[in-house]
Structure formats: structure tokens, C-alpha cells
Design a protein around this ligand. Sequence first.
Ligand code: LLP
Length: 417
Amino acid sequence: RPHFDMVGGELCVEGLPLATLARQFGTPLFVYSKAAMLESLAAYRRGFAGRNASICYAMKANSSLGVLQVFARAGCGFDIVSGGELERALAAGAAPGDIIFSGVGKTRAEMARALQVGIGCFNVESEAELEVLSEVATAAGKSAQVSIRVNPNVDPKTHPYISTGLKGNKFGVAHERALHAYQRAAALPGLKVVGIDCHIGSQITTQAPYLDAMDRILDLVESVEAAGIPLPHIDFGGGLGIDYNGDEPPKADALWSALFAKIDSRGFGDRKFMIEPGRSLVGNAGVCVTEVLYLKPGEQKNFCIVDAAMNDLPRPAMYQAFHAIVPLRQGNGPSSVYDVVGPVCESGDWIGHGRALAVDQGDLLAVMSAGAYCMSMASNYNTRGRAAEVLVDAGKAHLIRERESPADQMRSERLLP
Ligand code: LLP
């Protein structure tokens, strides 16, 4: 993982030993590398060189304010999916005009607030949402810029891992209904059509589904514009998959040169392009450092019980996801095979199954690729406080989130009289 390297037998982030950070800030501890984030961003920017393009960080991947500041200062826009994300983006210094609002269930209150601050675009996901947005905008005396999220229905047989762009998913407007929806949008007061968008899924590691989806979207751009509705921007949704376990996703710059070849050959090279990457900007820019609390050898299995759990790292429990687990110090001792598990009272609370590790009680481990969809999906289950987060910038550590205390957790609750 770039910027996470073994130096003198110790795992370091930007040259700083992770063990030092764990001693200073405690565990479990999320540690992010700013350089790694900016490098992933740069790969997309290389792909967009010479184009009118904007990158809207999908902040659901990691919405911590310090992380958002990195992307805001780098000139990114933001893809939000709730009123809460809107307030976070604004608090981190996002330019409202560079915010796009996705999601199938926007409330009237969320729409009104987004109109009030002047966001750049609503990615509308249904015809019913168009009607409501028109009402909310008209009542506020505003014009809502809209794009319609089209479900490209990329063939599941060829690409079975695509999970959001299929018929049968709750997302977007069906390809066949899209022209109708655009005609309605163009006729409704308070709406201004500015583009089209799609999103076919996450953690995609091959190029073919992207190329197929682009074909489908460009077909629609043609037919919607033939009906007299211009589409100034094309938003191609989320970003690439990342390497969790030897995965080899296409590089962002290579993918975009293939996509632009297609776009140019169909004469749409002059559009504004937008993407909403999340995972690929932050996933491999973060790790979660955790301490081994106990080793528990068993007849059938050995358990390595650590102080991070499913409430900190929900992806294994939720998606059977793989995260590499690496001791911070390279040991020479013999290794045993462990299930790495947390303290939460559920058998589903595991972080890695069947891992060969040379570890002792008290050792520190790094759960890799933990920058995306970990802290942002963390919970307080078992009344566990959320972990602390540190962002390393040029070898200097900044605490961007304090460890959550029991008092923090109880703050919004009221005792009965
Ligand atoms: N845009 C839209 C409309 C999305 O629904 C998503 C992700 C993204 C952008 C960002 O996609 P990315 O670049 O991160 O692939 N919690 C799951 C991932 C859920 C992704 C949902 N949508 C996980 O941990 O794997």
C-alpha cells in the first residue's frame, strides 16, 4: 500500500512508525495518509487532463471532517446522500456549488436546505422525486439543477458483481423510462436539467462493465438531446475498486483513456464530465491499528482477540469482506493460524478468518485498506465508543477525531423523570 511501508521491520505511515501513534493515541486507531489520498486523486486527474471535468468525492466512504478538508482543499466537489453529509461538507469548507446530492430517499427538508445553500445538482432517482423537488423549489422561489440517475441495466450474467445498476435494484430510473422522465423534468417548474448520471456498483475490478455502461448512457444522451433537452454534463458515478487481497482493478487514468476514446468517437467529448469516487480515494489510504488482547487456542480453532470489533470494522461481518491483517513488527517467531475476532458479543464479530500470524498478547496489528466504509459505517454497538482517527500529513500526525467517551455516547439521551 503506497505510503504504508515496512521500515527496519516496523510498519510505518509516511515514515512514521504506526506503533508510536498507537502508544500516543491508543487503540483501536484509524490512521490515514494524506499523501496516499492525494495520489489516488491525482490518478483520476491524469485521466481527465485537458477535459472539463470535476471529481466529487463520495463522502459516504469516509466523512470525517479532516478527510473532507483534504479533498475540499484539493479542489474536489462532494457527492452527498443526506442532510447530515451536506452539513459535514459545508463544515469542512466545501463550495456549495460543487456539491451533488444523490440518493433514492431525499426528504423535503433535505431538498430545501440544499436549495438554500445552493448545491450544484440533484441526482434525481425517481419520477416521484422530480415532482416533489419541483414543488419544494417553486415554494422556495429557487431553481433546482437536476440530473436524472439512469439505471443502465448492465447485463448481470456478464458482470454478476455489479450491484446497483441492474433492473431489480432500487436505484435510478429505468433506461426505458429515462426519456419520459427527462421530458417531465423539462416541463416542471423550478427544475433545470443540467445533466445525466449513473452508478453501476462498487468495488468493480474490471473495465468491461464501465465500457458497457458508458455505451448505454451515451445512447440516452443522444435520444434525450434529440428530444430537445440538452445534457451539458455526464456524471459517471462511483469510482474504481481497490486492492484488498491481490485484486487488480484498472488504473483510473487507463480506464478514463478507454472511456474517452468511446466518448470522443461518439462526438460527446465537449461535455463536462463528473465522477463520484469514494473507496478508491481513501480505502488504501487508511489502516486500523488494533491491539491483541488475548490469544485463545482451541481444539478446532485458535482465536486472536483484538480490541477492534465489528462496530469499528463492519465490512467482514456485513459483506464477508477481506482485509489484510499485518503485525506492526515483523516477528521471527513461529506463526499459528487464527480467527481474528473482536470483543463484541456476536459470532459474526470477526475481522479475518484463518490468518497465519506470529503474534503475542499485547502485540499491535494493522487491519489494512480500512480508509473507506469503516469509520463511516462504525456504530456504538455494545456501547463501544468510536475509535480515534489520526491523519498523517508529510510525516506529522494530526488527531482528527478523539476517541468517543461514554459521556459522548449518552449526550443526546434523556433520563426518565
Ligand atoms: N455514487 C453513488 C451514487 C454511490 O451509490 C456510491 C456508492 C458511490 C458514488 C461511491 O462508490 P465507490 O467509488 O466508493 O465505489 N459499504 C459498501 C460500499 C457501498 C457503496 C455504495 N455506493 C462497502 O463497504 O463495500
